[in-house]
Design a protein around this ligand. Sequence first.
Ligand code: G3H
Ligand code: 13P
Ligand code: ZN
Length: 317
Amino acid sequence: MIVTTKKLFEFAYGQYAIGAYNINNLEQTMGLFRGCIQSKAPFIIQISKGARSYTHKKMLEAMIRTADEVFPDAIFAVHLDHGDEETCYDCIKSGFYSSVMIDASHEPFEKNIEITSRVVAAAHAKGIVVEAELGQLGGVEEHVNVNEADAKLTDPDQAEEFVQRSGCDSLAVAIGTSHGAFKFSGAQAIRLDVLEKIQKALPGFPLVMHGSSSVPQDEVERINAAGGQLLGAKGVDADQFKHAAELGVTKINIDTDGRLVWTRVHREYFKAHPETFDFRPIGKEFMQAYADFIAAKNEKLGSAGRLDDIREQLKAS
Ligand code: G3H
Ligand code: 13P
Ligand code: ZN
């Protein structure tokens, strides 16, 4: 069942975070739904601009609608990840998305507010909620490449003004994480001290943590043992997720870890079966591995085991 992102945030706030997982293809979609049913967790499906053009944006929509039928017990929202203004308007118009992210975080403060406010006006007119970003994460995204030195943590003193003036419904904060598989050139730590200050400035307001893949070392070692060359890859400590949730983080974005699962499964399989050229056996193996990965991640987020409760809350609301 597709529900509003707003509702999921209301249920989760202060207790657990909802996993927001990026999808690009059928195998990821199947693995994601299976993993969330397996762990009885609500979730957010994220679609990036790059994912929308990988095959066709309508292909992803059709896949998600079908998955909704195939997995009638699933409870989830559909979200545009890192949208620019034009893509936000396209998603709002489509009527399919529960929420959009306008990422104008690379713009100066006033310009970020100006752009975000325009998207908020268009989205709210259609009952869709908006995630905005203040501060700047390091790492690689499709349209921006920010090195760690240029990344800016969210200023807690600006956060309240930003939210009030832009009218956004949730805020992505930069608290030391970055996109991709090479996070933290120094100590591996989320800046929970900064998060705590942001929550004090915005009590009860849903916060979002991007760049939250854990980049498990055993996964990296297996990839490298099977011919990969991911040297120095490092991620977020997933044991910090529950603390972050208590400090107002309701959505945690994970994409890179899923790509690592894909890479590990495929590299190991083809190394062990050099004679093979059939995509179905390996596709099946990936879907199950991805489902297991998602289920384990939902345990770390605290979202596992919540579905029955949420169903009751939805009936009552
Ligand atoms: O933060 C970006 C997400 O990992 C999506 O990546 O733009 O390559 O689809 P993508
Ligand atoms: P990772 O690269 O850490 O998976 O972050 C994903 C993300 O923030 C998507 O918006
Ligand atoms: Zn992101």
